[in-house]
Design a binder for this molecule. Structure first.
Ligand code: GRF
Length: 208
């Protein structure tokens, strides 16, 4: 049984996709042990509570220093004994000690086809604004392992989405969520839960 902890900061639609997929059996061999947000008002916390999943807020704002937050944050994660940590719209920088300790056991969903429109400053609507400004005809989403960089870890799954005439950033964001994010994030968790993901020299193999 894969023990999963989900880290969130906002509305939690990706968390909801994971919850629904576990409940429907689309994700097997998996238990969502807990949800942590840095934002006490994140609706994602409500979504977790509605499904009887432990939900708590740990915010850097509540600590004297970032180092102290990082320590308590990692202690809290460790206490939940995760096999997999899922960043589902989590906007706090992951402490290096945590990346080291959970190497290739932290995954992130990014709303673009990495290496396009990713890295520092590319998050949320900014990603879709940049894609529309560049005039690309295809966008999408990526699930990748988290390493020390920003959106630079080994890519697990990607899914392309068409840009349509007249798209606004909000409309495009929603389409990428519906058609890509909410599909490949649960799929990636299911693959990991069933031992079908192998990382070799920073490249991901999906086993039969
Ligand atoms: C999603 O667009 C995701 O790609 C990005 O942050 C957003 C989170 O949305 N990382 P939600 O909180 O899952 O609704």
């Amino acid at each position: 049984m894969l023990n999963v902890v989900v880290l969130v900061s906002g509305g939690g639609t990706n968390l909801q996709a994971i919850i629904d997929s576990v409940e429907s059996g689309a994700i097997t061999n998996t238990k969502i042990t807990g949800v942590i947000s840095n934002n006490k008002n994140a609706y994602a916390l409500e979504r977790a509570k509605k499904h009887g999943i432990s939900a708590q807020c740990i915010s850097p704002k509540d600590f004297e220093t970032r180092d102290r937050f990082n320590e308590v944050f990692l202690e809290t994660i460790d206490s939940m004994q995760p096999d997999l940590i899922v960043l589902a719209g989590f906007l706090v920088v992951i402490p290096e000690a945590m990346i080291e300790k959970y190497r290739n056991r932290i995954i992130n969903i990014h709303p673009s086809l990495i290496p396009s429109f990713c890295g520092t400053g590319y998050y949320g609507l900014k990603v879709h604004e940049a894609a529309l400004a560049r005039g690309v005809k295809v966008v999408g989403a990526t699930v990748h392992f988290v390493d020390e960089g920003t959106d630079t870890g080994p890519i697990i799954l990607q899914k392309a989405v068409e840009v349509e005439q007249g798209d606004t950033p909000e409309v495009l964001q929603r389409r990428v969520m519906e058609q890509a994010e909410w599909k490949i994030l649960p799929k990636a968790i299911d693959l990991i839960a069933n031992g079908r993901i192998q990382v070799e020299e920073n490249l991901v193999k999906i086993l039969p």
